[in-house]
Write a protein that binds this ligand. Structure first.
Ligand SMILES: Nc1ncnc2c1ncn2[C@@H]1O[C@H](COP(=O)(O)OP(=O)(O)OP(=O)(O)O)[C@@H](O)[C@H]1O
Ligand SMILES: [Mg+2]
Length: 252
């Protein structure tokens, strides 16, 4: 789909590990302030595609890319990598608790970015934990180690940490893999609220999750974008037989 004034524009993106291409000539516009769902079988290149958006793929030895990713019309190669990663934050499939207090998990990145005043940090910590639907459960024990929380709480802490730099783009890679359905629904509600002011890219292996909350859904297979469309259209009248087979459970 081609969009006017997209937030991110991916053009002819190819990503390789060594000589093996795992994302091939991918072109898609990611609209501003909405949720793009990305679905596709295991190994189709979804996670790799996400790492190209904030250039974390450059941290993988032997990986290389060609083609372009633009954010607000600027090639991400021309954006300072740390700035880019503050603007395009990622929540990984398994919660990655930093071995420090709940408070410091969230205050860590803002401190690195120069926020010093206690009141400002307190405000950021409360706002991000509230947005991540975790504040009520932890507000009385912010000094406790983040790694002592339950799996679902740690995943929400990871989300709070991703929000702490006030990113423009929030990428989530199968965030619900390690959490229960109730927490999953709570985070889905949070994403629905956040999307009015943030662009969200949601990689999910739960087709129903994409169907519930994504505005546009993209289907990837073998490194290629097979098609993307408004979510209800993709799920009801997919144009490509491979998409239909996947969403009707014939493979994957
Ligand atoms: N660091 C790496 N080094 C080498 N190959 C990799 C690396 N990461 C991923 N791959 C390979 O690249 C291909 C695409 O992987 P990727 O993780 O992007 O797929 P995915 O669609 O996210 O899959 P899943 O649904 O299982 O998470 C796979 O064949 C995988 O084995
Ligand atoms: Mg993946």
């Amino acid at each position: 789909m081609v969009t006017d004034n997209p937030h991110l524009r991916i053009k002819g993106l190819t990503a390789r590990y060594g000589t093996r291409e795992v994302v091939r000539n991918l072109t898609i516009d990611i609209p501003r302030a909405g949720i793009l769902g990305v679905i596709g079988p295991a190994g189709s290149g979804k996670s790799t595609m996400l790492t190209c958006l904030n250039r974390t793929i450059e941290l993988v030895p032997g990986a290389s890319t060609s083609g372009t990713v633009e954010i607000d019309g600027v090639n991400v190669r021309d954006v300072d990598a740390s700035d880019l990663r503050r603007r395009v934050a990622t929540v990984l499939p398994l919660p990655v608790g930093l071995p420090m207090s709940i408070y410091n998990n969230v205050a860590y990145a803002p401190r690195l970015c120069g926020v010093r005043h206690k009141d400002d940090l307190n405000e950021i910590v409360e706002r991000c934990l509230t947005q991540a639907a975790l504040w009520d459960e932890v507000k009385d024990r912010l000094d406790q180690l983040g790694t002592r929380l339950s799996g679902g709480q740690q995943q929400r802490l990871t989300l709070a940490r991703a929000l702490s730099t006030d990113p423009e783009v929030l990428c989530l890679d199968e965030f619900s893999i390690a959490i229960d359905p109730v927490t999953t629904m709570r985070i889905e509600d949070v994403l629905m609220q956040l999307k009015s002011r943030m662009t969200i890219v949601l990689v999910t292996n739960l087709l129903m999750q994409a169907r519930r909350i994504a505005d546009v859904t993209a289907f990837m297979m073998n490194g290629e974008l097979v098609e993307s469309a408004k979510t209800e259209d993709l799920f009801v009248f997919a144009r490509d037989k491979r998409t239909n087979d996947y969403i009707s459970g014939k493979f994957g």
